[in-house]
Design a protein around this ligand. Sequence first.
Ligand code: TRP
Ligand code: SF4
Length: 444
Amino acid sequence: MYPLIDPWSSEDIVDYKKLIESFGMEPFDPMGLTDMPPVMRRGYVVGQRGFRYIRDAILKHERFAMLTGLMPSGKMHFGHKMVIDQVIYYQRMEGDIFIAVADIEAYATRDMNLRTAREIAVEEYVKGYIALGLNPNKCEIYFQSERNEVKDLAWILGRNTNLTTLRAIYGFEDSTNLAHVISPLIQVGDILHVQLEKYGGPRPTIVPVGLDQDPHIRFTRDVAMAARLYSVQETKNGLGVFLKGHWSKSCAKDLLKKAEKKLLDVGYADIDIDIPYRALYIYSGDDPYRVMQHLADIETDMGTYGFLPPSATYHRFMRGLMGGKMSSSKPESAIFLSDDINEAKSKIMRAYTGGRTTAQEQRRYGGVPEKCNVFEMMLVHLVLDDNELDEIYNSCRDGTMLCGQCKKIAAQHLETFLSEFQERKASIDVKDVEACVTRVYSFK
Ligand code: TRP
Ligand code: SF4
């Protein structure tokens, strides 16, 4: 089963490399894609599952979807911006963009009422996304509580899992409230509903999230595959496609023949069918995902879903300015996008750095930008120019720049960023935001 991490706890996760390995993720790299935001190109997105399918879709201009979700609790800070920067990137890469406002999850796990969640989401988050550069006319932002397909899938796909599994993944207890128990299935509904016909059909789907969300991702991948008609697996000599469920001989034959025809059409060779065993073997096949992709249409024609397991990328968490985790419940740990500019600048001036105890020591040994919260802010958010960042890094390391001066540079960037952001946000009409969260965008 899964190693137990609790997506609802606030514990800091530190050893990213080890974590990625032990979870069986792959490390993230841009795989030849360009034009990524700092969070992606400067190593803040650390892990991934199945990112190559998204990379391929982008390079070949094929359709893909992106979905992520945010709980509308508290105020928007730079940790949230990290996700939205990625969303905007995928929007530029012409993905079909979906953002879930996780109001049911906030209700179930954070004691937040649905009306307040809606108000916070519209005023603080969705407005903020648009002010950060998200094009509201080319994306779909919705509330879990208002989307029946999401809730229906939670209900229907619930048949493919059970309480023992949920307990093993999330550590639920006898006293856990049932809305909380169901909330992972709601998230499954979020992620998979974008592959329903109405929302664009089966296609590669990327879910950019924080590392703490991996239990949800793996759970979703398992449930997606369990809901398929054909199970595609690696075998000793290639790939095996196995029919799930109980089929009469003639139905089985028909389904396997259909699969064979489709696979031959798209260029696979060397296919054998074994009807009594309800199996099809592809000796030339190498990637189960590609085969699942080709067979998806047959499944949707049959009235089943044909979901592809979602891909995901995982970003690490920004450290709090005063150490610990950046969190909306600790105002001094984070800079909020709505902070008064002078207040925000003074948070930078007070932040923990990787500097030495005395100026003299720092001149001699240099600072440690890797451990510095101010450097982290510049790396992920504030300094977009790579040369400028290099220069800051080097003059910190070689002791030519001291923290006071460096913090002033950071504070200056912060001021420019926040004043532009706040001005844009103030100019957004709430009616446009309402229009965006109520209409259903057509990605056809
Ligand atoms: N569980 C996520 C959080 O705690 C929010 C969320 C809900 C989500 N649905 C999602 C994230 C779908 C990614 C995909 O922040
Ligand atoms: Fe951080 Fe800048 Fe000080 Fe280096 S000089 S430790 S980057 S604040």
